[in-house]
Design a protein around this ligand. Structure first.
Ligand code: UDP
Length: 237
């Protein structure tokens, strides 16, 4: 086992990432692949917390556009993340990773409530912890929840999994010669409106000096390479 530079990390996985080739729900091929990547991290002795999104099921904004009260829509979005968390927990346990789901909204029959000290204790016992229901408050996103939990658990790094291998000057799917950045400051991401995460999430990390790495989780082995010290994706610090 080669050395890793990290003790504890926080991984943000969007709900959309779980879609895979489906239009709705969780593609088991994707959840199993993510679970295997996470298992490698745990095997390397790195503690991992995961914040999961809900965009593959419901987003408050989208529901509000179709006439549902925004706050009710956000509650539905947060509960969608609880369903994703249970799906990912199942995939992780099949991959041999002991996992706890902790929710910012009480759903006590199916998972634990989020209590920071208890979360840290789970991590110390090398259990993966999935943080569900975002921040527990409407008008926030799971990106902001990821920043918050990364800071609360004292992670060394927050990793945002996306479909591209870092931050580009423009959408690389639309602009083929878009420039990929190795490293950016928090303020550069905000000022250039690089739309990689919402501004609240970046500001929180900036103010608490939490480094962020944007990586492509569809590229097998990226997470493992990153924890073993390779420069993967774009660093925001
Ligand atoms: N949400 C919320 N508060 C939070 C986190 C999420 O109200 O702290 C709601 C919001 O409606 C959001 C939905 O849950 O649209 C799903 O989260 P998000 O859009 O961040 O998921 P992702 O884009 O990562 O799949």
């Amino acid at each position: 086992m080669s050395k890793t530079t990290f003790r504890r990390i926080l991984l943000k996985v969007s709900g959309e990432a779980l879609l895979g080739e489906l239009d709705y729900g969780i593609d088991p091929k994707v959840s199993s692949r993510i679970a295997r990547e996470v298992a490698e991290v745990v095997d390397a002795g790195v503690q991992i917390g995961i914040v999961i999104g809900g965009g593959n099921i419901f987003r408050g904004k989208g529901l509000a556009a179709s006439g549902i009260d925004r706050i009710t829509g956000d509650h539905m979005g947060m509960l969608a993340t609880v369903m994703n968390a249970l799906g990912l927990q199942d995939a992780l346990e099949r991959a041999g990773v002991t996992t706890r789901v902790m929710s910012a909204i009480s759903v006590r029959e199916v998972c634990e409530d989020y209590i920071r000290r208890r979360a840290v204790r789970h991590l110390e016992k090398n259990r993966a912890v999935i943080f569900a229901a975002g921040t527990g408050n409407p008008f926030f996103t799971t990106d902001t929840a990821a920043s918050l939990r990364a800071i609360e658990i004292g992670a060394d790094l927050m990793i945002k999994a996306t479909k591209v291998d870092g931050i580009y000057s423009a959408d690389p799917e639309l602009v083929p010669d878009a420039e990929r950045y190795e490293q950016l400051s928090y303020d550069e991401v905000i000022e250039r409106k690089l739309a990689v995460m919402d501004t609240n999430a970046i500001v929180l990390c900036r103010d608490q000096s939490m480094p962020i790495r944007i990586i492509d989780l569809n590229q097998p082995g990226n997470l493992d390479r990153l924890i073993r010290g390779e420069s993967v994706g774009t660093l925001v610090s």
